[in-house]
Design a protein around this ligand. Structure first.
Ligand code: NAD
Length: 359
């Protein structure tokens, strides 16, 4: 079986779906073709892929094609009926993109749709990339804040530690908490899922009780709050937020616009010099004033609208993603042949378009 690793063509996408280390460890019977320069931006040159046993060439004719971002229309036109594609495909929001893949007859597997069950943990690309994003968000907050994160006792006086609030304590939020704590900040966090309190506290942060208790779905995600609960959350946050120097927001509901947690009035209530790092910028933002890909300054408060943070740490983001993709491949390939067992809940759950042609 031939596996193709495509070079990313989207702006600002520096990751690659498989790194040489993983290529070298794929089982017998998988021949890898990597597109020239596919790993360059992540620090993996063509020679490293050759040393791992890959050929540099056209990845699009392979039986299985792996990439990071959803393929463009031009890229989909290079695919044929019955081929397998593995990538982030935004199945809940990019209906046109999914329709293109359906029309092309591709067996498309969306990394976002892998069920979050214990057996699928090694394939959980959402978690691996959220870990990178959460870490980087804490570093951005520390970088933009005109204050120290840690407490310092110096001959020139004592500096109190920064107070950081992390809203949404899923995978990215927990990593942001851990990173901000390592840098010495005093961290508080809130999430609508009550089960998270213990995880927040185990990282040495304080759970900020806003009096809102949401529900958790079977997959471990939050249910969207009612409009009344949302309004109550915004009002309560507005009274608490002036006490924080930096706020990192990660709240999300899969397939829905990000919930607005921080209103424009709440931003105006913060002290000048405070910083908000909004990890939900791409899906509408957790702060009302967020602009994706831009910094907005309101009343001296900087709101950083982050987009695709994992791509800003492409070496480790790709290394983790690569292990996720390789684990999924183990499930899709048997004895060097694509063998799709539709009774497997991971295979049927992750598949967003299916060909009539037997893979
Ligand atoms: P996500 O990116 O969809 O959301 C981030 C966080 O935002 C979630 O914790 C969510 O509860 C929170 N949130 C949503 N609306 C909010 C609001 N109005 N106010 C405050 N917070 C809000 O979630 P994620 O990080 O990808 O995953 C969430 C959870 O899924 C994990 O923490 C875990 O429990 C579960 N999970 C399970 C597995 C597994 O293998 N069993 C793997 C990964 C994740």
């Amino acid at each position: 079986m031939r596996l193709g690793i495509a070079k990313e063509t989207g702006p600002d996408e520096r990751r690659v779906a498989l790194v040489p280390e993983t290529v070298g460890r794929l089982g017998e019977g998988i021949d890898v073709t990597v597109e020239a320069g596919a790993g360059d931006a992540a620090g993996f040159g063509d020679d490293a892929y050759r040393e791992a046993g890959a050929t540099v060439g056209n990845p699009w004719s392979a039986e299985v094609v792996a990439k990071v971002a959803p393929p463009s229309a031009d890229e989909v036109s290079k695919l044929r009926d019955g081929q397998v594609l593995i990538a982030f495909l935004q199945p809940l929001t990019d209906t046109a993109g999914v329709e293109r893949l359906r029309a092309a007859g591709v067996h498309a597997f969306a990394l976002e749709s892998i069920p979050r069950i214990t057996r699928a943990q090694p394939m959980d690309a959402l978690s691996s990339q959220a870990t990178v994003a959460g870490y980087k968000a804490a570093l951005i907050a520390a970088d933009r804040l005109p204050r120290f994160f840690p407490m310092l006792m110096t001959a020139a006086g004592t500096i109190p530690p920064a107070k950081v609030l992390v809203l949404g304590a899923g995978v990215a939020g927990l990593q942001a908490i851990a990173t901000a704590r390592r840098l010495g900040a005093v961290v508080s966090s809130f999430d609508v899922r009550p089960a998270v309190r213990e995880q927040v506290e185990s990282l040495g942060a304080t759970f900020l009780d806003l009096g809102i208790h949401g529900e958790e779905t079977e997959g471990g995600y939050a249910r969207e709050l009612t409009p009344e609960q949302q309004a109550a959350q915004q009002a309560e946050l507005q009274t608490r937020i002036p006490g924080f120097d930096a706020v990192i927001t990660t709240a999300a509901i899969p397939g829905r616009p990000a919930p607005t947690l921080i209103t424009a009035d709440a931003v105006r209530a913060m002290r000048p010099g405070s910083v908000i790092v909004d990890l939900a910028a791409e899906s509408g933002g957790n702060a009302e004033l967020t602009q994706p890909g831009r910094d907005v300054v309101e009343n001296g408060v900087t709101i950083v609208g982050t987009t695709n943070l994992p791509s800003t740490m492409p070496t480790h983001a790709s290394q983790l993603l690569s292990r996720n993709v390789a684990s999924l491949l183990e499930l899709l390939v048997r004895d060097g042949e694509v063998a799709l067992d539709w009774d497997d809940e991971i295979i049927s759950g992750a598949c967003v378009t299916r060909s009539e042609v037997k893979a």
